[in-house]
Design a protein around this ligand. Structure first.
Ligand code: FES
Length: 178
């Protein structure tokens, strides 16, 4: 008898966004952007950034739209969108707090910071993945190394990196979130 186990289906990392529509002016701007590249495919990252900037995340419909625009298969776009951690695949709050949990930051207190944020925003400190507060304003997420290990603990609030974050500084950072 074979030892092979049945193949387990990998869940789709993308969520649906049935109302996804690209307005005419954005479509035109994207066509212009693509024209700067010798091959359409080379514009994949830029298009994903543009989509995320406008819609906040990359949905299944967005991947299909980018693929059609660049004359690619959706899998070609999906592999780029899921390789880079800066792309989000579900909506996040207005404030996205990413707390590093890799060794240097963990030893320097990042778990306490994460726990403090979860308590403050009514989230489960033991849950995996990003969690968003009930009012949809704040998303808290544990992430892997943010490449600033020398100044642990480190976190990001949206696109801003904060280093040497004490619990008091962590509270200051979220001071403007509410
Ligand atoms: S371990 Fe936290 S930034 Fe590298």
């Amino acid at each position: 008898m074979s030892d092979l186990q049945p193949f387990e289906a990998v869940p789709n990392p993308l969520i649906a966004q049935p109302d996804f529509k690209v307005p005419a002016e954005m479509d035109a701007a994207i066509d212009e952007l693509i024209s700067h590249y010798p091959k359409k495919r080379s514009a994949t990252l830029m298009l994903l950034h543009a989509i995320q900037e406008r819609y906040g995340f990359i949905s299944e419909e967005a991947v299909n739209w980018v693929a059609k625009k660049l004359e690619l298969q959706p899998i070609n776009v999906l592999e780029v969108a899921t390789f880079y951690p800066m792309f989000k695949h579900r909506p996040v709050g207005r404030w996205h707090l990413k707390v590093c949990r890799t060794l240097s930051c963990a030893l320097a207190g990042s778990y306490q910071i994460h726990q403090g944020y979860c308590k403050k925003f009514g989230l489960d400190p033991h849950a995996h993945g990003a969690q968003t507060s009930k009012d949809g304003q704040v998303t808290v997420e544990f992430v892997e190394c943010l490449a600033a290990c020398g100044s642990a603990p480190v976190l990001m609030c949206n696109e801003t990196l904060h280093e040497n974050v004490s619990e008091a500084k962590a509270n200051e950072i979220v001071g403007g979130c509410k």
